[in-house]
Design a protein around this ligand. Sequence first.
Ligand SMILES: C[C@@H](N)C(=O)N[C@H](C)C(=O)O
Ligand SMILES: [Zn+2]
Length: 207
Amino acid sequence: QNKYGLKATTLAEYKETVKANPEKELINLEKFVPGLVLDIRYATTNNFTGEKIYNLARAYARKPVAESLKKIQADLKKQGLGIKIFDAYRPYKATVKFYEVYHDTTYVASPYRGSRHNRGCALDLTVINLKTGEELKMPTGFDSFKKEAWPTSPVSDPEILKNRTLLINAMEKHGFKVNGSEWWHYDFIGWKKYEVLDIDYEELEGI
Ligand SMILES: C[C@@H](N)C(=O)N[C@H](C)C(=O)O
Ligand SMILES: [Zn+2]
Protein backbone atom coordinates (compact mmCIF):
# COMPACT_ATOMS: atom_id res chain seq x y z
CA GLN A 1 0.00 0.00 0.00
CA ASN A 2 1.11 3.58 -0.67
CA LYS A 3 0.52 6.64 1.54
CA TYR A 4 -3.05 6.85 0.27
CA GLY A 5 -3.74 3.26 1.37
CA LEU A 6 -4.12 1.93 -2.18
CA LYS A 7 -2.23 -1.00 -3.68
CA ALA A 8 -2.34 -0.67 -7.46
CA THR A 9 -1.88 -3.69 -9.74
CA THR A 10 1.58 -4.22 -11.21
CA LEU A 11 2.50 -5.58 -14.66
CA ALA A 12 3.01 -9.17 -13.43
CA GLU A 13 -0.34 -9.15 -11.60
CA TYR A 14 -2.09 -7.58 -14.61
CA LYS A 15 -0.77 -10.37 -16.88
CA GLU A 16 -2.30 -12.96 -14.53
CA THR A 17 -5.70 -11.20 -14.56
CA VAL A 18 -5.66 -11.10 -18.38
CA LYS A 19 -4.85 -14.82 -18.51
CA ALA A 20 -7.86 -15.52 -16.32
CA ASN A 21 -10.09 -13.00 -18.13
CA PRO A 22 -9.01 -11.85 -21.62
CA GLU A 23 -11.61 -9.02 -21.49
CA LYS A 24 -9.22 -7.24 -19.14
CA GLU A 25 -6.56 -6.75 -21.79
CA LEU A 26 -5.51 -3.16 -22.44
CA ILE A 27 -5.92 -2.51 -26.16
CA ASN A 28 -3.90 0.03 -28.15
CA LEU A 29 -6.72 2.29 -29.37
CA GLU A 30 -4.74 3.91 -32.17
CA LYS A 31 -4.24 0.47 -33.75
CA PHE A 32 -7.72 -0.83 -32.96
CA VAL A 33 -10.00 2.07 -33.94
CA PRO A 34 -9.71 3.13 -37.61
CA GLY A 35 -8.97 6.83 -38.09
CA LEU A 36 -8.69 7.62 -34.39
CA VAL A 37 -6.75 10.85 -33.75
CA LEU A 38 -4.57 11.20 -30.64
CA ASP A 39 -3.55 14.38 -28.87
CA ILE A 40 -2.20 12.92 -25.63
CA ARG A 41 -1.75 16.11 -23.66
CA TYR A 42 -0.02 14.49 -20.70
CA ALA A 43 2.76 13.35 -23.03
CA THR A 44 3.46 17.08 -23.61
CA THR A 45 3.79 20.12 -21.36
CA ASN A 46 0.48 21.44 -22.75
CA ASN A 47 -1.61 20.27 -19.80
CA PHE A 48 -2.74 21.66 -16.45
CA THR A 49 0.40 20.45 -14.63
CA GLY A 50 2.71 22.22 -17.11
CA GLU A 51 4.86 19.06 -17.02
CA LYS A 52 5.34 16.10 -19.32
CA ILE A 53 3.78 13.23 -17.39
CA TYR A 54 4.14 10.36 -19.92
CA ASN A 55 7.22 9.43 -21.94
CA LEU A 56 5.09 7.96 -24.72
CA ALA A 57 1.95 9.35 -26.36
CA ARG A 58 -0.30 6.31 -26.10
CA ALA A 59 -4.00 5.55 -25.67
CA TYR A 60 -4.94 2.19 -24.16
CA ALA A 61 -8.26 0.94 -22.79
CA ARG A 62 -9.75 -2.38 -21.68
CA LYS A 63 -11.14 -4.55 -24.48
CA PRO A 64 -14.90 -3.82 -24.06
CA VAL A 65 -14.11 -0.09 -23.81
CA ALA A 66 -12.09 -0.27 -27.04
CA GLU A 67 -14.92 -2.18 -28.77
CA SER A 68 -17.46 0.48 -27.77
CA LEU A 69 -15.18 3.26 -28.95
CA LYS A 70 -14.86 1.54 -32.32
CA LYS A 71 -18.67 1.60 -32.67
CA ILE A 72 -18.82 5.28 -31.69
CA GLN A 73 -16.16 6.17 -34.25
CA ALA A 74 -18.13 4.28 -36.94
CA ASP A 75 -21.37 6.09 -35.98
CA LEU A 76 -19.67 9.49 -36.15
CA LYS A 77 -18.00 8.72 -39.47
CA LYS A 78 -21.44 8.62 -41.11
CA GLN A 79 -21.75 12.31 -40.19
CA GLY A 80 -18.23 13.22 -41.37
CA LEU A 81 -17.00 13.33 -37.77
CA GLY A 82 -14.48 11.43 -35.65
CA ILE A 83 -12.97 11.19 -32.17
CA LYS A 84 -9.83 12.88 -30.90
CA ILE A 85 -8.43 11.31 -27.69
CA PHE A 86 -6.79 13.49 -25.06
CA ASP A 87 -6.22 10.65 -22.58
CA ALA A 88 -7.27 7.05 -21.99
CA TYR A 89 -5.69 4.47 -19.60
CA ARG A 90 -3.64 6.45 -17.10
CA PRO A 91 -1.09 4.81 -14.75
CA TYR A 92 -2.05 5.33 -11.08
CA LYS A 93 1.15 7.27 -10.38
CA ALA A 94 -0.10 9.98 -12.77
CA THR A 95 -3.32 10.33 -10.76
CA VAL A 96 -1.23 10.79 -7.59
CA LYS A 97 0.81 13.47 -9.37
CA PHE A 98 -2.34 15.26 -10.60
CA TYR A 99 -3.81 15.32 -7.09
CA GLU A 100 -0.59 16.63 -5.61
CA VAL A 101 -0.55 19.46 -8.19
CA TYR A 102 -4.30 20.20 -8.05
CA HIS A 103 -6.16 19.15 -4.90
CA ASP A 104 -9.75 19.69 -6.11
CA THR A 105 -11.42 16.29 -6.50
CA THR A 106 -14.25 17.91 -8.47
CA TYR A 107 -11.85 17.79 -11.41
CA VAL A 108 -9.07 15.37 -10.44
CA ALA A 109 -9.60 11.85 -9.03
CA SER A 110 -8.74 11.14 -5.43
CA PRO A 111 -5.62 8.98 -5.03
CA TYR A 112 -7.37 7.26 -2.10
CA ARG A 113 -9.69 5.57 -4.60
CA GLY A 114 -7.87 6.01 -7.89
CA SER A 115 -9.34 7.17 -11.19
CA ARG A 116 -11.46 5.24 -13.64
CA HIS A 117 -8.68 6.10 -16.08
CA ASN A 118 -6.41 3.93 -13.89
CA ARG A 119 -8.79 1.02 -14.52
CA GLY A 120 -8.57 1.48 -18.29
CA CYS A 121 -12.25 2.44 -18.24
CA ALA A 122 -12.32 6.22 -18.82
CA LEU A 123 -11.65 8.33 -21.89
CA ASP A 124 -11.00 12.06 -22.28
CA LEU A 125 -11.97 13.09 -25.78
CA THR A 126 -13.67 15.44 -28.20
CA VAL A 127 -15.15 15.38 -31.70
CA ILE A 128 -13.38 16.49 -34.88
CA ASN A 129 -14.52 17.30 -38.39
CA LEU A 130 -12.91 14.59 -40.55
CA LYS A 131 -12.47 16.88 -43.55
CA THR A 132 -10.67 19.71 -41.74
CA GLY A 133 -9.29 17.83 -38.73
CA GLU A 134 -10.60 20.70 -36.59
CA GLU A 135 -12.22 20.14 -33.22
CA LEU A 136 -15.91 21.00 -32.99
CA LYS A 137 -16.52 24.01 -30.77
CA MET A 138 -17.22 22.95 -27.18
CA PRO A 139 -18.07 24.98 -24.06
CA THR A 140 -14.43 25.04 -22.82
CA GLY A 141 -11.03 23.64 -23.69
CA PHE A 142 -9.83 20.27 -22.35
CA ASP A 143 -9.05 20.29 -18.61
CA SER A 144 -10.54 23.72 -18.12
CA PHE A 145 -11.50 23.23 -14.50
CA LYS A 146 -14.41 25.67 -14.47
CA LYS A 147 -18.15 25.39 -13.99
CA GLU A 148 -18.62 26.07 -17.73
CA ALA A 149 -17.06 22.61 -18.31
CA TRP A 150 -19.90 20.85 -16.46
CA PRO A 151 -22.10 19.00 -18.95
CA THR A 152 -25.20 20.51 -17.32
CA SER A 153 -23.97 24.13 -17.41
CA PRO A 154 -26.02 26.48 -19.57
CA VAL A 155 -24.60 27.27 -23.01
CA SER A 156 -25.80 30.33 -24.92
CA ASP A 157 -24.27 29.47 -28.32
CA PRO A 158 -26.65 26.98 -30.02
CA GLU A 159 -23.81 25.43 -32.07
CA ILE A 160 -21.78 24.67 -28.95
CA LEU A 161 -24.83 23.24 -27.24
CA LYS A 162 -25.51 21.04 -30.29
CA ASN A 163 -21.89 19.78 -30.33
CA ARG A 164 -21.83 18.98 -26.61
CA THR A 165 -25.17 17.15 -26.90
CA LEU A 166 -23.98 15.22 -29.96
CA LEU A 167 -20.88 13.99 -28.13
CA ILE A 168 -22.72 13.02 -24.95
CA ASN A 169 -25.39 11.14 -26.92
CA ALA A 170 -22.82 9.37 -29.11
CA MET A 171 -20.96 8.15 -26.02
CA GLU A 172 -24.03 7.24 -23.96
CA LYS A 173 -25.43 5.14 -26.81
CA HIS A 174 -22.46 2.77 -26.40
CA GLY A 175 -22.16 2.35 -22.65
CA PHE A 176 -20.40 5.47 -21.39
CA LYS A 177 -21.52 8.09 -18.86
CA VAL A 178 -20.33 11.68 -18.96
CA ASN A 179 -18.54 12.99 -15.87
CA GLY A 180 -20.58 15.56 -13.91
CA SER A 181 -17.83 18.22 -14.02
CA GLU A 182 -16.11 17.57 -17.38
CA TRP A 183 -17.84 17.41 -20.78
CA TRP A 184 -14.75 15.59 -22.23
CA HIS A 185 -14.54 12.75 -19.65
CA TYR A 186 -16.51 9.50 -20.11
CA ASP A 187 -16.63 6.51 -17.76
CA PHE A 188 -17.37 3.08 -19.14
CA ILE A 189 -20.30 1.55 -17.28
CA GLY A 190 -18.97 -1.58 -15.59
CA TRP A 191 -15.67 0.04 -14.58
CA LYS A 192 -15.92 -1.47 -11.09
CA LYS A 193 -14.93 -4.91 -12.43
CA TYR A 194 -11.49 -3.64 -13.46
CA GLU A 195 -8.55 -3.12 -11.13
CA VAL A 196 -6.59 0.11 -10.61
CA LEU A 197 -3.33 -0.37 -12.53
CA ASP A 198 0.04 1.27 -12.18
CA ILE A 199 1.80 0.16 -15.35
CA ASP A 200 3.68 2.58 -17.59
CA TYR A 201 3.22 2.41 -21.36
CA GLU A 202 6.87 1.37 -21.76
CA GLU A 203 6.32 -1.58 -19.40
CA LEU A 204 3.15 -2.54 -21.23
CA GLU A 205 4.97 -2.55 -24.55
CA GLY A 206 8.05 -4.27 -23.12
CA ILE A 207 10.33 -1.33 -24.02
C1 LIG B 1 -7.67 15.32 -14.91
C2 LIG B 1 -8.89 15.11 -15.78
N1 LIG B 1 -8.51 15.03 -17.15
C3 LIG B 1 -9.62 13.85 -15.35
O1 LIG B 1 -9.48 12.84 -15.97
N2 LIG B 1 -10.37 13.96 -14.25
C4 LIG B 1 -11.04 12.81 -13.69
C5 LIG B 1 -11.97 13.19 -12.58
C6 LIG B 1 -10.03 11.79 -13.18
O2 LIG B 1 -8.94 12.19 -12.73
O3 LIG B 1 -10.39 10.62 -13.18
ZN1 LIG C 1 -10.76 12.03 -17.62
